[in-house]
Ligand binder design. Structure first.
Ligand code: ATP
Ligand code: MG
Length: 252
């Protein structure tokens, strides 16, 4: 990937004029994006600006009003969420979603469910490596409610990456974490990037986004209000007005 410029490659994901309306609420209202491989993308925006809804639409868990998604040249707009996982897109959720009556190891293995038989076996064989990388191997037999919030987040991360996605969508991966936990998650993201996992992150922590992302988008009222390099986006007057000026640093 290093030898070609973005203009010469095909986008990994193309988002074409996507809208998600809930009755009169235009949660996402005409978003277009091109995500190129080998980058970490971030989305900033105030509470209720449509970030999670966009992620829901991208993974086809949320019904769309209009628009299309094309991943590696394939239009998946009408496909099911499981198929999309199989295609190479994984996600984590804004709130922890783990099965409370299953062990950490079993929860991670759930991330292989959508895969075909052979790839599933290969993925399952990676469970120890993935747990080690995320520093959760010592708690593999514990259940989620016995773990700290930060550790539960790591388990979700592990579940998302075990299928070796080419695109990883993260909805507030460090919310509720302390500074050192945030830095660790940020380091894991950079490491995943080196392994070829393009990432698309929704976060409120502006500093972390500036430090971690290669390219930023800013949303307000379901629309994009800015995009570009992280420093340019956070300095953009529309972004300052919508987000940074009032309630900067506030969390959902
Ligand atoms: N299932 C739904 N039904 C109706 N309205 C919804 C639904 N999901 C989201 N909304 C509305 O759509 C808008 C966007 O919500 P969304 O959760 O996408 O925002 P967000 O940017 O992720 O906010 P936050 O930063 O608080 O997580 C909000 O007005 C929300 O109330
Ligand atoms: Mg959200």
């Amino acid at each position: 990937m290093a030898e070609t410029t973005p203009d010469q490659e095909a986008p990994l994901l193309e988002v074409r004029d996507v809208a998600v309306h809930f009755g009169g609420v235009k949660a996402v209202d005409g978003i277009s994006m091109k995500l190129w491989p080998g980058r970490i993308y971030g989305v900033l925006g105030p509470n209720g600006s449509g970030k999670s809804t966009l992620l829901g639409a991208m993974t086809r868990l949320t019904p769309m009003t209009r628009g299309a998604f094309v991943f590696e040249g394939q239009d998946y707009t009408k496909k099911h969420a499981r198929t999309i996982q199989h295609m190479g897109i994984a996600r984590t959720f804004q709130t922890v979603r783990l099965l409370e009556d299953r062990t950490v190891r079993d929860n991670i293995l759930l991330g292989t469910d959508s895969l075909g038989r052979e790839t599933r076996k290969e993925a399952a064989a990676r469970v120890d490596e993935v747990m080690e990388r995320l520093g959760i191997q010592e708690v593999e037999r514990m259940r989620p409610d016995e773990l700290s919030y930060g550790m539960q987040r790591r388990v979700e991360f592990a579940r998302a990456i075990i299928s070796r996605p080419r695109l990883l969508l993260l909805d507030e991966p460090t919310a509720g974490m302390n500074t050192s936990e945030r830095e660790e998650i940020s380091a894991i993201m950079r490491q995943l990037l080196e392994e070829g996992v393009t990432q698309f992150i929704v976060e409120h922590d502006v500093q972390m986004m500036v430090d971690t992302c290669d390219y930023l988008y800013a949303m307000n009222f379901g629309k994009l209000i800015a995009e570009g390099t992280p420093t340019d986006v956070v300095r953009d007057p529309a972004v300052q007005e919508a987000y940074l000026g009032k309630g900067a640093g506030k969390h959902a």
